[in-house]
Ligand binder design. Structure first.
Ligand code: GDP
Ligand code: IMO
Ligand code: MG
Length: 424
């Protein structure tokens, strides 16, 4: 019995979905604790493929109860679509999915605000996914948000939504020069969705506290990545929640004393979608080669992902920040065909070399990455079923990463399928 947090160690899309799916066979509960449908978690098993956005990635492997925690922001229609898609693939949601009544609702005005605010930022745009995430968290911390539990109280809900829309219309008309929006269609649409979603909504805090008391196996699934954390990431080019392990507690109601393990997920190289600093980015042919080989296109928006070498300085920061005691390394197969592989091992800032990840944006934007170069293994990892089968040069790469980060690699992934994984 253990409670384990799975976090993205980079800027997202590290393969969290694949690893959470894999680990779920042993779990009693799988809990998503932050973010919303900005996430796209890809699962591949038994010749099936699905991209999950809100439903925890444990839904297809074993019979764990899948919980959407209080820290998540939920677009009701995106969730209903996803429920339909999962059921069509044989997932059983009726008994298996639980939604926290304290999770906040994303409404169409959040998506509209996301869009107009991005337009308004012009060259300084964040490059959000446009899913209304930031504005929904703004409503939450401003204490005017609609929570899933509000769906049980239509009369009060109508008033809250009307009040919110009156307020937002002021900003739309006078700040963003946009037409006002009407409340009634939004309310009716929400109440329609509420009918279908209410059976899933419950007190997941009490549910998980009982689970801990009864020694159940709990897996906490983060979305996004550590460097997109609103407190600890490359602010302001971040998401609006806390993907790091601290966020797992506030976003699920599981106390820090109940957490036994923190597993980070990192690609064997690095990617980022959206704007913001990316020290080890490769903009030329090598970047394109990584993008093509790794099929690096966003699982949610389809945008091409920016690609670069693994950044060990940033990763070490993520290891410490999350208290990671294990690391899963994914997409090793994508490096099969490189003569030379580089690892960023320090930064040069104002002529000084440092292994500390800077937190001030101008410092991150102005640093120069310093690389260690290693020969590539230049052969397919397909037939490797254990770490011992790995070519010597691949083993050297793994050992270099382990030594630098001072963390154990516990999972190696060499293909998108559940079966293409080595658990160490
Ligand atoms: P997540 O958001 O962290 O769950 O990751 P995404 O699903 O957005 O992106 C990861 C992509 O890499 C998906 O298309 C996965 O199917 C794929 N993937 C995961 N692990 C591996 C791997 O080891 N090798 C390869 N080739 N693809 C992988
Ligand atoms: P998963 O869970 C990669 C990025 C966006 C943008 C910034 C803010 O699949 O790893 P937002 O819509 O959250 O306000 O956008 O965060 N972003 C992600 N990048 N993977 C994700 O999720 C992301 N979720 C948000 O591209 O730069
Ligand atoms: Mg993703």
């Amino acid at each position: 019995m253990a409670t384990r947090v799975v976090v993205g160690a980079q800027w997202g899309d590290e393969g969290k979905g694949k690893i959470v799916d894999l680990l779920s066979s042993d779990a009693d509960y799988v809990v998503r604790y932050q973010g919303g449908a900005n996430a796209g978690h890809t699962l591949e098993f038994d010749d099936k493929k699905i991209v999950l956005h809100l439903i925890p990635s444990g839904i297809f492997n074993g019979d764990a109860t899948c919980v959407i925690g209080n820290g998540v922001v939920i677009d009701p229609h995106a969730l209903l679509e996803e429920i339909e898609e999962v059921e069509a693939m044989g997932g059983d949601l009726k008994g298996q999915l639980k939604i926290s009544g304290s999770a906040h609702v994303i409404l169409p005005y959040h998506q509209l605000l996301d869009r107009v605010k991005e337009e308004h930022r012009g060259d300084d745009a964040i490059g959000t996914t446009g899913r209304g995430i930031g504005p929904a968290y703004v409503s939450k911390v401003s204490r005017v948000g609609i929570r899933m539990s509000d769906l049980f109280h239509p009369k009060a809900l109508r008033k809250k939504v009307r009040d919110n829309i009156a307020d937002i219309n002021e900003a739309l008309q006078h700040v963003y020069k946009h037409d006002p929006i009407e409340a009634d269609p939004i309310i009716e649409n929400l109440l329609e969705a509420a009918e279908q979603l209410c059976p899933y909504i419950t007190n997941t805090s009490a549910l998980l506290h009982d689970a801990i008391k009864n020694g159940k196996e709990i897996l906490l699934e983060g979305a996004q990545g550590s460097l997109l954390d609103v407190d600890h990431g490359t602010y302001p080019f971040v998401t609006s929640s806390c993907p790091t392990s601290g966020g797992a507690c506030t976003g699920s109601a599981i106390p820090p004393t109940a957490i036994d393990k923190v597993m980070g997920i990192s690609k064997a190289y690095c990617t980022r979608v959206g704007n913001g600093p990316f020290p080890s980015e490769l903009t030329g042919k090598a970047g394109e080669k990584l993008r093509e080989a790794g099929q690096e296109f966003g699982a949610t928006t389809g945008r091409p992902r920016r690609c670069g070498w693994i950044d060990l300085v940033a990763l070490k920061y993520a290891v410490r920040l999350n208290g990671m005691n294990e690391l899963a390394l994914t997409k090793l197969d994508i490096l099969d065909d490189f003569e030379e592989i580089k690892l960023c091992t320090s930064y040069r800032v104002d002529g000084e070399e440092t292994e500390v990840f800077p937190l001030d944006l101008p410092d991150v934007e102005n640093l120069e990455p310093v690389y260690t170069s290693m020969p590539g293994w230049n052969q397919s990892l397909e037939g490797c079923n254990s770490r011992e089968d790995f070519p010597a040069k691949a083993e050297e790469y793994l050992q270099f990463i382990e030594r630098y980060l001072d963390v154990d690699l516990t999972i190696l992934s060499k293909g998108p399928k559940r079966s293409e994984t080595i658990v160490l």
